[in-house]
Design a protein around this ligand. Structure first.
Ligand code: ZN
Length: 209
């Protein structure tokens, strides 16, 4: 039987939120007792929990999620583990492992230590260095993912975001990579069909080949 690894963080009030971003809330607005059915409203930042970024997030006039077909969110993928590094640098991985036209997901100490899913925002999360972003772009990746709330370190100039998004590479952030071992998978991570979105929460999973 095919094995599927859910790499989505739970999206709830316990989800760690990037400082300054809107908090997540689910509010029940109709109840069985009063209305004959239950119905809730969701309030969330588009970048809460596991989510994708489109170029418009950092590039003025850049493409938005509805400019992409579903094939950009169902991809051949490789999970590359980079342990014991404060940042993923170009020298830490072999770009020839990245499937041309596919996705690369970086499993770092954020997942190895379990911090990615502990509900706390860690200032010192492991992110992607600009030279590593350039290597992914040159290797032909169309999506780059990481187990960090942002692909760039906090307070940095969003260099990795800009390199990748300007190169039409989508980003998957806050992926929970605690379970999947390094190797090849099929990645599935479609966003909701919201017009003009610069980013969106997703359900993301890796299917073993
Ligand atoms: Zn984002």
């Amino acid at each position: 039987m095919t094995r599927i690894h859910d790499i989505t963080l739970t999206l709830g009030t316990e989800t760690a939120i990037y400082p300054g971003d809107p908090a997540f809330a689910r509010q029940v607005v109709r109840t069985h007792a009063a209305d004959g059915c239950e119905l809730s409203a969701l309030h969330t930042g588009a970048h809460a929990g596991t989510h994708v970024d489109a170029p418009a997030h950092f590039i003025p006039g850049g493409k938005r999620l509805d400019d992409y077909g579903l094939e950009r969110f169902v991809l051949e993928a490789v999970v590359i583990e980079v342990a014991d590094r404060p940042i993923v640098a170009g020298e830490d991985f072999d770009p020839s492992a990245i499937p041309d036209g596919g996705a690369v997901l970086f499993k770092t100490d954020n997942s190895i230590t379990g911090r990615v899913a502990d509900g706390v925002f860690h200032e010192d999360f492991v992110a992607l260095a600009p030279d590593a972003a350039k290597l992914c772009l040159r290797a032909g990746a169309t999506l780059v993912g990481i187990d960090a709330p942002s692909i760039d370190p906090p307070g940095a100039a969003a260099a990795a975001h800009k390199i990748l998004l300007a190169g039409d590479v989508l980003l998957l952030e806050a992926a929970d990579l605690r379970r999947p071992a390094p190797g090849r998978y099929r990645l599935t991570c479609p966003p909701l069909k919201i017009p003009d979105a610069e980013g969106c929460c997703v359900r993301a999973f890796l299917t073993e080949l």
